[in-house]
Design a binder for this molecule. Structure first.
Ligand SMILES: [Zn+2]
Length: 288
């Protein structure tokens, strides 16, 4: 599925570049390896070793038992629905919260196909609202056009029971905290704002300046990212907008056997990372 392969929603970033993706990739591949590249390669090898598991694995979204390699990570992407570990953890979280019931209104940004199907079947298609700035990227899910940068202030207040977005915020060339505020404003008083963002080693960093694709790749880990979130200062970035836990650990909520079975590697279980799933309540917003 193209949306997952490109790390969420490329298009919501607006018009950072008009070049073709193939041209961009070819361009990026020509650059010289940096110490960060080397470190990432070593981490990929370590993650491969850590991700090896002898048990039976299946996708908890579609039931498929075959997984494909992705970016050096072995057998991590569902070959059927395209789910990554963050989507499978997200499903564990929403199931555990028991929030998907008929009539519940869900706003799903840059919707993952497998999750979209699962959610629609439980709440009813008329209550499912999927949106993206590039609707042509979706063939099996009905998606409405929506530009978070230009239109987030138009979101109706206290409307959605569940709001979901995975790895979207790093693409937005604007004030990301304003976007998160407006999304949260659109949540019902008892709703849940569920999302993941690329939390990397180090500190929060962003640049809305046209620094070029190579520089974005180097600083933000992908040619079309405008920011990264840091493990070292998460409480001073996300934590100043939302009440979030001091640490991240899902092993106390989900048994090891379950996480093994649903192909959730160790790196996604504890410690803040790009796989971490936030499930915030309305009252978790600190900006009032
Ligand atoms: Zn699947």
């Amino acid at each position: 599925m193209r949306s997952l392969a490109s790390c969420g929603l490329t298009a919501m970033m607006g018009a950072i570049t008009g070049k073709g993706r193939a041209v961009r990739r070819a361009h990026v591949q020509k650059r010289t390896l940096t110490p960060r590249d080397t470190r990432n390669a070593v981490e990929n090898v370590i993650n491969r070793i850590r991700s090896w598991r002898p048990c039976f694995m299946e996708c908890n979204i579609c039931g498929n038992d075959k997984f494909l390699d992705m970016n050096g990570r072995l057998a991590i992407r569902c070959s059927q629905c395209g789910s990554l570990e963050r989507a499978r953890v997200l499903k564990l979280v929403i199931d555990n919260l028991n929030i998907l019931k008929p009539g519940v209104r869900v706003l799903h940004l840059a919707p993952e196909g497998g999750l979209a199907t699962y959610i629609k079947e439980r709440i009813g298609e008329e209550f499912y609202d999927a949106r993206d700035i590039d609707i042509d990227r979706y063939q099996h899910v009905k998606v409405s056009h929506f530009d978070l940068v230009e239109e987030c202030h138009n979101l109706p207040s206290d409307t959605f029971d569940v709001i979901i977005h995975n790895h979207v915020m790093e693409h937005l060339p604007c004030n990301v905290w304003a976007v998160l505020y407006h999304l949260h404003r659109s949540l019902t008083p008892t709703g849940r704002h569920i999302f993941s963002i690329p939390i990397l080693r180090g500190y929060y960093e962003e640049s809305l300046f046209p620094i070029g694709e190579e520089e974005r790749q180097r600083r933000f880990a992908q040619f079309d990212h405008v920011r990264r979130f840091g493990m070292e200062d998460l409480q001073r970035s996300v934590g100043m907008v939302f009440k979030i836990p001091d640490t991240y650990d899902i092993t106390s909520t989900f048994p090891k056997e379950m996480l093994d079975r649903y192909n959730v590697p160790e790196v996604a279980r504890s410690g803040w990372s790009g796989h971490s799933i936030f499930a915030l309540k309305k009252e978790d917003l600190l900006l009032r």
